[in-house]
Design a protein around this ligand. Structure first.
Ligand code: AGP
Length: 607
């Protein structure tokens, strides 16, 4: 949510930061902007709209080897040229780019206005430019001290990069609750809100901690916290620049759907223990005795991470026989939840940045609970906040719409279920059966991906509908919820998910030829019951597309997508995949910008 990139080095800075913005655009795409220092003057360009458009409007060559840049997802103030970052102070000496929310911006703005400051935007961020400008003008010894003094007035979250026209060759960065890293190369240094913007130049990074302020000069950096110098050596970021390249794929979403076999393979790597028919999860750091003592599991996440958590809850309760439930982290954090010492809390997040999930983790920890993170981004805020954790290893997910991280999360939670089950009553035979099922998943996902053209044809035909009902029972119900979210998110088609067993308690009234139904129909112990639901829908002239295992369904439904059978507990993982492709192709048929769905951005780092 909003992207920051900054450069200080020896090469033309604007070209480098604009290239970084292209890689960060998935974090927000309402407007873009850049500020560079040239001959002790600030040059600022910013505009509403996409990065490519913005880049086309830039002057041919902007001199200067120091620049900051930003791509925005609007929170305070509409996406306009004025509200785009960078923001400058009244003298035009200081420029800032900011991610996060300044909670007391209203109050600060009123005070500054009383002192005569004229604001040109509606953003909360502009107060930072004026506060820092005021400190710089009053003669702070250095820019980092000016930033530090200014931030003492601020309540809120920030990832911040600052330029002072009088200090070319220097950028100051500060972090509180919004991710920021420093990239260090020979004779050049970068700041970015995530590694995608720097890995093409360097893989040596320092993840800033909350409360840290960094001063960057070409090839060097210094850190301070609470006014005192601190040191940290860079770590190698384990992502190749090519991971952020689209290659021959038309969209990131499609690329990532197709990467799922490898993502699942990586999630399983080194974690299947054939000898004891269990999952080997060293990151969990729970002794068998501690695992035995877990009385309940609560999974917390938002959006697709919450739905993956629901799959996990079913797997854990069904396999390990530990009561388990998932809850949206965004609700949990506000309802003063009871935290129990023998409950295992699991925070689920691809980005590791989602503010609501982070706040839920903090709430659990504040009350003495134990939290395990199931996170994709290594070193992210949630990963660091949790007591222990299991990484997904799904590789970077750029598309705003989660696909491969959702699937990899379900796989890691299945491993957790097997692990917890095997310290309890799950038999070795069942452990073995589930491990074989997990091991087969990558190949089975590849098989599902082969029916893409059939899915694309159906999606094209269905995309014109105003509304779609997704229906499933128990395991299928969770698949239906996630699939409905996908269709809403990228195709903007109204979609509602309902459990098959609840249809006749109300929503059956909706069934008509105008509202088609997508039914998740695994060949499990509930198959016959689901056939009853199909009959009820057909009797009311509803149109049904089924996703299931059995060719027997062909004469009962209008359209059928067949997927390979897994173990019943793992079936939901495979059943979700054709519906990701369905949403993708519906969006393409409707001509939508699949990777930049309207109103959304990757990583919701605000409330
Ligand atoms: C899914 O397609 C979404 N874009 C969204 O629901 C996402 O899963 C949610 O915001 C949580 O993100 P996280 O996994 O990074 O915490």
């Amino acid at each position: 949510m909003c992207g920051i990139v900054a450069y200080v080095g020896y090469r033309p800075a604007v070209a480098i930061v604009v290239d970084g913005l292209r890689r960060l655009e998935y974090r927000g795409y309402d407007s873009a902007g850049v500020a560079a220092v040239t001959q002790n003057r600030l040059i600022v360009h910013k505009a509403q709209g996409r990065v490519d458009e913005f880049a086309r409007g830039l002057p041919q060559r902007i001199a200067g080897t120091t620049a900051i840049a930003h791509t925005r997802w609007a929170t305070h103030g509409a996406p306009t040229d004025d509200n785009a970052h960078p923001h400058t102070d009244s003298t035009g000496r200081v420029a800032i780019v900011h991610n996060g929310i300044i909670e007391n911006a209203g109050e600060l703005r009123a005070k500054l206005e009383l002192e005569g400051t004229v604001f040109v935007s509606e953003t909360d961020s502009e107060v930072l430019a004026h506060l820092i400008g005021r400190e710089v003008e009053s003669g702070s010894s250095d820019l980092a001290t000016a930033v530090r003094n200014a931030l003492t007035h601020v309540v809120g979250t920030y990832g911040l990069a600052v330029l002072d026209a009088q200090r070319p060759g220097e950028v100051v960065a500060a972090r509180n609750g919004s991710p920021l890293l420093i990239g260090v190369g020979p004779r050049e240094t970068f700041v970015a809100s995530d590694p995608s913007a720097v890995v093409a130049h360097t893989q040596q990074v320092v993840h800033l901690d909350d409360g840290e302020i960094a001063t960057l000069r070409p090839g060097t950096y210094s850190l301070m916290r609470d006014g005192r110098a601190t040191t940290r050596t860079p770590v190698l970021v384990d992502v190749e620049a090519t991971a952020y390249e689209l290659g021959a794929h038309e969209h990131w979403m499609l690329k990532e759907i197709h990467e799922q076999p490898e993502a699942v393979e990586r999630a399983l790597l080194g974690r299947l223990d054939d000898r004891f028919a269990t999952a080997h999860l060293s990151g969990l750091a729970l002794s068998p005795r501690e695992a035995q003592a877990v009385r309940r599991v609560v999974l917390l996440g938002c959006g697709s991470a919450y739905f993956a958590g629901q799959l996990g809850a079913q797997l854990i309760e069904g396999t390990a026989r530990i009561p388990a439930r998932a809850e949206p982290a965004s609700e949990f954090r506000y309802r003063n939840p009871v935290i129990e010492p023998d409950t295992l809390y699991v925070a689920v997040s691809q980005s590791g940045e989602t503010y609501d999930t982070l706040a839920a983790v903090q709430e659990v920890k504040r009350k003495g609970g134990r939290v395990v993170g199931v996170v994709n981004v290594v070193g992210s805020a949630i990963a660091r906040e949790c007591d222990t954790g299991l990484y997904l290893h799904a590789g970077p997910e750029v598309s705003v719409t989660s696909t491969k991280s959702y699937t990899a999360t379900a796989v890691v939670l299945a491993l957790l279920a097997v692990h917890l089950g095997r310290v309890r009553d799950l038999s070795p035979a069942d452990g073995k059966r589930l491990i074989a099922g997990l091991r087969a998943l990558p190949e089975q996902i590849s098989q599902v991906l082969k029916i893409e053209s059939q899915i694309a044809e159906l999606a094209g035909a269905w995309a014109q509908r105003q509304s779609v009902l997704y229906v499933g029972r128990v395991r299928g119900a969770v698949v239906a919820q996630e699939a409905a979210l996908k269709l809403k998110e990228v195709a903007y088609v109204h979609a509602e998910a309902y459990s098959a067993s609840e249809l006749k308690h109300g929503p059956l009234a909706l069934i008509s030829p105008d509202i088609p139904v997508i039914m998740v129909l695994p060949d499990d112990e509930l198959f016959e019951k689901n056939l009853g639901t199909v009959a009820e829908i057909k009797a009311r002239h509803g149109q049904v597309l089924a996703v299931g295992h059995s060719a027997r369904l062909a004469d009962r439904v209008d359209d059928l997508l067949l997927v390979p059978r897994s173990e019943p507990e793992l079936d939901p993982i495979l059943l979700g995949i054709p519906l990701q492709l369905f949403a993708y192709h519906a969006a393409v048929a409707l001509g939508h910008d699949v990777d930049r769905p309207r109103n959304l951005a990757k990583s919701v780092t605000v409330e």
